[in-house]
Write a protein that binds this ligand. Structure first.
Ligand SMILES: O=C(O)CCC(=O)C(=O)O
Ligand SMILES: [Mn+2]
Length: 200
């Protein structure tokens, strides 16, 4: 039995939400194996999104997987999920005891380098219901993840999502806090992030 570093028992948010970070949730071997499997085995695409009625390409590659083929609408695009791969199922099963939910879908993001990013947003699509539990797993290069209070735009939490980390967001987080992965001018390699979700 491996020793897990449960540094995640402290809520990172001061109020109106819950975010727990487990820094080394996956072993070094799991990280290497899953990173390679996901990089080569996932059907990565660059999708356009609509910003003020203008179509622009997302600054990263994405993929959508799930346990059914129920479509999902996200930033104005409708994605039809592919079936969970064995690697995605194994990762999902490892985080579910902590998340205390059975995830049905996953959005995957591939940040090819420091120029790839994800802007401020909340995971608040109506398909996720109220107070969704989001299980976010990262492999590869570490990137900075920011959580900012949606209303006051001042309260900010900055965390490094390192290789093998697991971030669990729950409670009212998606109402009151927005999050982003900013661009960086640092030389960084590719990073894969998976956000597991429950689609109602
Ligand atoms: O890459 C990340 O850590 C964040 C991804 C994210 O926010 C999302 O997929 O909704
Ligand atoms: Mn998100």
């Amino acid at each position: 039995m491996q020793t897990l570093l449960f540094d995640g028992d402290k809520n990172l948010l001061p109020y109106q939400g819950e975010a727990f970070l487990f820094q080394q949730f996956f072993t070094k071997t799991e990280c290497e194996v899953y990173f390679e499997e996901l990089l080569n085995g996932i059907e990565w695409n660059q999708e356009p999104i609509k910003i003020f009625s203008k179509e622009v390409m997302q600054p990263r590659l994405t993929a959508w997987y799930g346990d059914s083929n129920k479509p999902y609408t996200y930033s104005g695009i409708t994605m039809k999920p592919l079936r969970f791969t064995p690697a995605l199922l194994a990762i999902k099963e490892k985080i579910e005891p902590l998340a205390k939910v059975k995830f049905t879908s996953a959005l995957l993001n591939l940040y090819r380098d420091g120029k790839d990013s994800m802007g401020w947003h909340r995971d608040n699509e109506k398909e996720l219901g109220t107070n969704p539990v989001i299980g976010s797993v990262s492999f590869g290069a570490a990137r900075t993840f920011k959580l900012r209070h949606y209303e006051n735009k001042k309260e900010l939490r900055t965390i490094e999502l390192i290789n093998g980390s697991f971030l669990l967001m729950a409670g009212e987080t998606q109402h009151y806090w927005e999050h982003q992965i900013s661009k960086t001018s640092n030389q960084v390699g590719p990073r894969i992030n998976i956000t597991f979700r429950v689609i109602l």
